[in-house]
Design a binder for this molecule. Structure first.
Ligand SMILES: Nc1ncnc2c1ncn2[C@@H]1O[C@H](COP(=O)(O)OP(=O)(O)O)[C@@H](O)[C@H]1O
Ligand SMILES: Cc1ncsc1CCOP(=O)(O)O
Ligand SMILES: [Mg+2]
Length: 261
């Protein structure tokens, strides 16, 4: 495996400009905790969120959407069936979909479902280090929804998953890595404060879904999704006292983000 490269400012600027121009419609099937925050993050980037969750409606709606997000954070059997219907429909119509395997590992329902989803061709997978290790059967998972591993420790698992399932894997934490199994980009930055408000990881996956719908180099676009999150996060953390005001500053920074080349 080759050493990680860095995303250039020119690549970031190109991907961000394309995202704002295309304003993708992102079909989100996500967990109960993060619905509003996820929608607000997408809106701040000029994308359009739509949370359509009934099995029949989801299978229909995915053909109107530019991207689909599957997040198993508050999975139930009914939701699993609806997500499966949406993914199968996405495969038929060619809508790229992204998996967020929240807390995969210790719990059977979500672990078996995530393993099933892997063979249904996700365009991208975004998880924290413990989730990526668990998905590759190399660890039992994290502490609930939080990681107990560093991303360096999960990089080879991310590369292996990407190769095995012909997908992109973004493993996020202090340093984010995005890999297709051959090329890997490292994205430093962000702030520990990002982990002190709920939903940043889940929203990150929604942003990965949005960027993965863009034409061109998907690895570049997904790395740009990570850098957009880390830039907005680090700028917000510098300006605020704690988690409450962080959320507002983070959304404002996504809205105003400019990249100088
Ligand atoms: N120590 C850190 N320093 C900077 N950014 C971080 C740090 N930990 C997490 N992040 C960022 O916070 C967001 C949430 O990521 P993470 O904690 O990995 O996911 P999850 O919330 O799914 O566990 C990501 O954008 C990630 O890059
Ligand atoms: C707390 C919680 N419990 C089930 S899903 C969820 C949200 C997790 O959000 P994130 O992974 O973005 O921290
Ligand atoms: Mg998460």
């Amino acid at each position: 495996m080759t050493q990680p490269d860095l995303l250039t400012p020119a690549q970031l600027a190109q991907s961000l400009q394309l995202l704002r121009q295309q304003a993708p419609l992102v079909h989100c099937m996500t967990n109960d905790v993060v619905q509003t925050f996820t929608a607000n993050v997408l809106l701040a980037l000029q994308a359009s969120p739509a949370m359509v969750i009934d099995a029949e409606e989801a299978a229909q709606f995915v053909s109107f959407a530019d991207a689909l997000l599957i997040n198993v954070g508050t999975l139930t059997r009914d939701r699993r069936d609806a997500m499966l219907a949406a993914v199968q429909s996405a495969a038929k119509v060619g809508t790229p979909w992204t998996l967020d395997p929240v807390a995969v590992g210790a719990l059977s329902l979500r672990t078996e479902f995530c393993q099933q989803l892997l063979s249904l061709h996700p365009a991208a997978i975004r998880g924290n280090a413990s989730e990526i290790l668990a998905l590759d059967n190399q660890a039992a998972g994290g502490r609930g929804v939080d990681s107990v591993h560093q991303t360096d420790a999960a990089l080879s698992a991310a590369q292996q998953l990407a190769q095995d399932y012909h997908t992109l894997v973004a493993v996020t934490g202090e340093v984010d890595y995005v890999t297709d199994g051959t090329r890997t980009l490292a994205i430093p930055g962000g702030s520990p404060l990002m982990t002190r408000v709920v939903g940043t990881g889940c929203a990150h996956s929604a942003v990965v879904a949005a960027f993965s719908s863009l034409p061109g180099d998907r690895l570049q676009h997904v790395a740009a999704a990570c850098r957009v999150m880390s830039l907005a996060g680090e700028q917000a953390a510098r300006a605020v006292q704690g988690p409450g005001s962080f959320v507002a500053a983070f959304l404002d920074n996504l809205w105003t983000l400019e990249v100088t080349v």
